[in-house]
Design a protein around this ligand. Structure first.
Ligand code: 13P
Ligand code: SF4
Length: 304
C-alpha cells in the first residue's frame, strides 16, 4: 500500500467511526500531516473532550491517552502503539510518591501532566510546562512536592519563593542536549535566538533567549521579528514551525533530540488501530475520578 492510499483509508475510517485523530507536536511529520488536531499533550485532550466524536485516536504516548480518557470517559480512546510510553512518567510510581507524602504530611503535590493517571490520582494539582508557574503560585502553602520533572520544577522554583521538594525525574531526550553544543551553535549563529523547553537541563536553560512549552514555541517564533532560531526540544516540532514560518530558519540544537517513543507511531499503526478498534486506553473509575480532580483544579486556573 502506498502512503497516499493508507492516508485515504485512514480518513475514510475516521469518518465511518466518527473518530478524531490527535497528534502531539513531536509525532512523525506524516502523522502530524494527517491529524485533525495537533498540539501539546493537555491541549489535545481538552480539544478532544470538546468534540462530538465517539472515538479519539491519540497519536502520542501512554499518559496522553490516559488524560484523554480521564477527560472523556464516554469516548473510546485508541493509542495506536501501546508500547509508546514516557520514561520520565515512569520515573515516579504511586508507591514511591506515597512514601514521600508520608514523610511530608500536609505538603501539596504538584504533578506535571507527563505522569501516569495513578500518580495524578495521588496528587493535589497537575501542571503543564506552559502553566507550571501559575499553578505553583495558586497554592496557599509555602512548600510543595514537584514531580516527576526536576528540570521543570527547578525552572519554576526560580520564579517563586517557596520550598520545592523536587522529584528526581527527567526527560532523557531533553537531557541529551548539552550546554557545550548550544554554546558552539550560538557562537556560529550569533543572529539566531535560542529557544528551549523547560525539560532541558538547567545549564542549557541558562543559555536560552526564551524558555517555553511546545505550543509556546509556535507562538513565540511566529511573533518574533528574528529570522533564525536554534530549537531546543524534540525534532518533531520543526514540522509545523517550518510550515507556519516559511521565511524563517529553524536549526535543531542537536540530532539527539529525538524521543524514540514519540517516533513509534506510523501510518500503518493508525490504520490498524482504526480497523481493529484496538488498543484501547481506559482509566478505571477509582483512578479516573481523583486524577480528574487534580486536572480540574489546574484547569480552573485562568489561562493568559
Ligand atoms: P508539551 O508539548 O506539553 O510542551 O510537552 C513536552 C513533552 O515532552 C511531551 O512529552
Ligand atoms: Fe517523555 Fe521526554 Fe519523550 Fe516527552 S519527549 S514523551 S517527556 S521522554
Amino acid at each position: 500500500m502506498t502512503q497516499q492510499s493508507i492516508k485515504s483509508e485512514i480518513r475514510q475510517l475516521l469518518k465511518e467511526r466518527n473518530a478524531v485523530l490527535l497528534a502531539h507536536n513531536y509525532m512523525r511529520d506524516e502523522v502530524q500531516e494527517i491529524a485533525d488536531i495537533t498540539g501539546d499533550s493537555l491541549g489535545l485532550s481538552i480539544e478532544a473532550a470538546k468534540t462530538d466524536a465517539d472515538v479519539i485516536v491519540f497519536c502520542g504516548v501512554h499518559f496522553m491517552a490516559e488524560s484523554a480518557s480521564i477527560l472523556s470517559p464516554h469516548k473510546t480512546v485508541l493509542l495506536p502503539r501501546l508500547d509508546a510510553g514516557c520514561p520520565m512518567a515512569d520515573m515516579v510510581s504511586v508507591e514511591e510518591l506515597k512514601v514521600l507524602k508520608a514523610k511530608l504530611p500536609g505538603v501539596p503535590v504538584v504533578t506535571y501532566v507527563n505522569s501516569s493517571a495513578a500518580v495524578k490520582a495521588e496528587s493535589d494539582i497537575c501542571c503543564t510546562s506552559a502553566n507550571a508557574v501559575k499553578v505553583v503560585r495558586s497554592l496557599s502553602e509555602g512548600e510543595l512536592i514537584f514531580a516527576p520533572d526536576k528540570n521543570l520544577g527547578g525552572f519554576v522554583s526560580g520564579f517563586i519563593d517557596k520550598k520545592f521538594h523536587l522529584w528526581e525525574g527527567y526527560c532523557p531526550t531533553h537531557e541529551r542536549l548539552k550546554p557545550e553544543v548550544v554554546k558552539e551553535l550560538k557562537k556560529n549563529n550569533p543572529d539566531a535566538l535560542f529557544i528551549c523547553h523547560p525539560e532541558c537541563n538547567p545549564a542549557v536553560v541558562a543559555l536560552a533567549d526564551h524558555v517555553c512549552s511546545t505550543t509556546g514555541m509556535y507562538d513565540y517564533c511566529k511573533k518574533s521579528s528574528a529570522q533564525r532560531f536554534i530549537i531546543g526540544t524534540e525534532a518533531g516540532i520543526l514540522y509545523r514551525l517550518r510550515i507556519d514560518n516559511p521565511d524563517k530558519e529553524f536549526i535543531l540544537a542537536s540530532p539527539a533530540l529525538i524521543c524514540p517513543n514519540m517516533k513509534l507511531t506510523s501510518l500503518e499503526d493508525i490504520l490498524d488501530a482504526l480497523q481493529t478498534m484496538q488498543p484501547v486506553v481506559k482509566v478505571p473509575e477509582e483512578i479516573r475520578v481523583p486524577a480528574k480532580r487534580a486536572l480540574d483544579r489546574m484547569l480552573a486556573i485562568p489561562r493568559d
